[in-house]
Design a protein around this ligand. Sequence first.
Ligand code: FES
Length: 133
Amino acid sequence: MKLNRRQFLLLTAGLATGCQTMDDGGSSATRKERKVDAGPTSEYAADGVYNNFCDQGFFVIRQGDKLVALSAICTHRKCQLSSEPDHSFYCKCHGSTFDSTGHVTEGPAKRDLPILPAASNDQGHLIVNVPVT
Ligand code: FES
């Protein structure tokens, strides 16, 4: 297909617009976190580790009047962690362990698990901001 100069300019202008649109979509798609509704905070009344959302990247932990969302992603190479009966966390990939507050108790991981930003919304649900990896 042979294009004249006008057709070529229109086509390239359209491509440039398309790229702009793609860039806009790309930047919004690369947001650093997503919000996950972890349900009513009343579901986490008892002290303990709740692993219902570990597939979504976090554990919910109740300790007294404190309710936190702790990352369920190993800080070594990002494998998903499992919760243990003693409320510690274990990484099956290379064996790192973390205590119930997310502190490394055995490597190779060197960094503690981060507490994720979370808050209760107007409906009393726990909304957790999960980093997008
Ligand atoms: S990814 Fe968890 S110990 Fe390596």
